[in-house]
Design a protein around this ligand. Structure first.
Ligand SMILES: [Zn+2]
Length: 342
């Protein structure tokens, strides 16, 4: 385990004394506000099929979910990271509400909310956790909030445009991009299909909307490499590949790729060695990883070895290693999120 040295979080830069830290750079925390976390899940979402599926996968009973979800999710994340031999840290995501263009919070459409203060606090309390904050650019005080979060140690800003309703190509966001570029804070942006939360606007899945922050000098991480998730989604993977080639500051993350919906991309990505230096490892916890959708790419003994790995973070990284993703993919996050070693 790579310990955080000295003061820990210091103005968005971490000093680690381990060899290169290996991050799961795409992890979701969630909760219902127990223990004063401020987290929120809309009652409709709580009863939705994807939520039920995730709860079942995590093994949380309905009673436990409704009585102490926040604590259960946190403990699971910590246990998984501590017990995964290949992972040293998790980048955990806040999730802002849906904010309308006039700056008001849309209570009806907001499905879930994880406050920045909560992920920043968790990162202060647990050396394994690193904070990515979420600030909707429609917020009237977005720039002030961003400054405060950077000051408090935020390592990245995370958006889910097709569900949160922000358009990354909106020129009004330029001042926010300039702050990110100035402080070397990457923007992690969901690209491609989305099926865990409701999509408000499919056009906002398009990675080419991220040209504006790239032009402003922001390091951009296209989550899921803009891959297609459901039958009706558009496939933006090739668009992402072209962007990653063109822009030195454009990266993609491998989160949720070892799942039924996106698994077909992994063998392709494994062969694209020139792309590996532009990839960052992540799982999309709590989305479960499995080698089964990739079974024809493994021998029976390798398939059974992978499926016997109980720890879902370890299983995910081992699936990707076994398919041939280079070590640079697993080491890249430390560089991209400016986590410096002693
Ligand atoms: Zn995600």
């Amino acid at each position: 385990m790579g310990g955080i040295h000295g003061e820990g979080l210091q103005s968005g830069r971490l000093m680690l004394n381990a060899s290169t830290p290996v991050l799961d750079a795409h992890m979701h925390v969630a909760g219902l506000g127990y223990g004063g976390t401020g987290c929120f899940v809309h009652p409709k979402t709580l009863n939705s099929l994807p939520f039920h599926f995730l709860r079942t996968f995590l093994g949380f009973t309905r009673k436990d979910t409704f009585e102490r979800l926040d604590e259960l999710v946190l403990q699971r994340i910590l246990d998984l990271i501590r017990e995964a031999p290949s992972i040293t840290h998790g980048l955990i995501f806040a999730h802002d509400a849906i904010i309308d263009k006039d700056g008001t919070r849309n209570e009806a459409l907001t499905q879930f909310y994880v406050p920045n203060e909560y992920v920043l606090k968790l990162a202060r309390e647990h050396e394994e956790l690193l904070p990515a904050v979420s600030i909707h650019p429609h917020r009237k005080d977005a720039l002030d909030r961003l400054h405060e979060c950077i000051e408090a140690g935020a390592l990245a800003l995370k958006w889910l445009p097709n569900s949160q309703g922000m358009d990354p190509s909106d020129k009004n966001i330029i001042p926010l991009y300039d702050i990110l570029a100035e402080h070397h804070i990457p923007l992690i942006c969901h690209t491609g299909g989305e099926h865990t939360v409701r999509v408000l606007d499919h056009r906002l899945s398009d990675p080419s909307l991220l040209q504006l922050p790239l032009e402003r000098g922001v390091t951009v991480v296209c989550a899921h490499c803009a891959t297609k998730s459901g039958f009706v989604d558009r496939d933006y993977f090739e668009v992402f590949v072209e962007m990653a080639k063109k822009w030195p500051n454009c990266y993609g993350d491998t989160s949720a790729l070892a799942t039924l919906n996106r698994a077909r991309y992994l063998p392709r990505i494994a062969k694209m060695e020139e792309l590996h230096e532009k990839l960052i490892h992540g799982t999309d916890f709590p989305v479960p990883s499995s080698a089964l959708p990739l079974m024809r790419h493994f021998t029976m003994s390798e398939l059974s070895r992978l499926q016997r790995i109980k720890n879902s973070l370890e299983r995910d990284i081992q699936i990707k290693r076994s398919l041939g993703l280079s070590e640079v993919v697993f080491e890249n996050a430390a560089k991209v999120f400016s986590i410096t070693r002693q």
